[in-house]
Design a protein around this ligand. Structure first.
Ligand code: DX5
Ligand code: ZN
Length: 225
């Protein structure tokens, strides 16, 4: 099993002081910046794009912080944003298969731009999208809420889906991260890890607390059990 990665979702950060708040969560122990991009078309909410990604990337670089940026695209169409996010400092780019006309092409485009490619599954999206692309993926991201908003509750059925994907990854022998996104907190992170996840997105559970380090330390102690 790979090292566990905690990816604070900046959707719940203070957008008026995004650079500072992101630096603060990384200094408190976050490993990866989860960057949620919503277009009011694929999902019913509107967030941030490549310009903000670039500014944030520059801010972190200047502060000497090298955490990877994990761009979660909840947009349709997908492809035309990929070069922009790659140029804006993204390390990972993940997208929803329903939002792309040509799955294989989109994955290739992400990799050609030097980023790690992830495929995202909504709670009711079939895993059959994995059938012909497992060899080209760096990340499989399971949504444990319906995408569009932070602060929702973890859908328990996702645990079974995680176990299925963990087995698929292990049987395949490919080097793929299994990321979980939605309703993750210090109370449930242990059973989510036991079901097979190794990369954990958490937004409201971290940013709604006054002390980020306390929550992240609590998450890590649950992961160490
Ligand atoms: C939801 C986003 C999530 C969200 C998670 O569509 O993809 O990344 O920020 O927020 P919490 O952890 O609050 O469920
Ligand atoms: Zn997300």
């Amino acid at each position: 099993m790979k090292k566990f990665l905690i990816a604070p979702s900046i959707l719940s950060a203070d957008f008026a002081r995004l650079g500072e708040d992101t630096a603060k969560v990384l200094e408190a122990g976050g490993d990866v910046v989860h960057f949620d991009v919503m277009d009011n078309h694929y999902v019913p909410n509107l967030t941030i794009g490549p310009l903000v990604c670039q500014s944030l990337h520059n801010y972190l670089q200047k502060a000497g912080i090298n955490a990877p940026i994990d761009v979660h695209l909840m947009v349709k169409p997908v492809d035309r944003l990929i070069p922009d996010f790659a140029a804006a400092g993204a390390s990972y780019i993940s997208f929803h298969p329903e939002a792309s006309e040509h799955l294989d092409r989109t994955i290739s485009l992400i990799r050609e731009h030097g980023c790690k490619a992830g495929l995202v599954f909504n709670p009711a999206t079939s895993l059959s999208y994995l059938d012909y692309v497992m060899d080209k993926l760096d990340v499989i991201l399971l949504m444990s809420v319906n995408p569009g908003f932070g602060g929702q509750s973890f859908i328990p059925g996702t645990l079974d889906k995680l176990r299925q994907v963990r087995k698929l990854i292990d049987d395949s022998g490919y080097d793929i991260r299994l990321e979980i996104d939605g309703g993750v907190n210090a109370e449930n992170i242990g059973e989510i890890a036991a079901a097979g996840a190794d990369m954990f997105v958490a937004g409201s559970a971290i940013f709604n607390q006054p002390d980020y380090r306390t929550v992240i330390d609590h998450m890590r102690s649950e992961l160490a059990k």
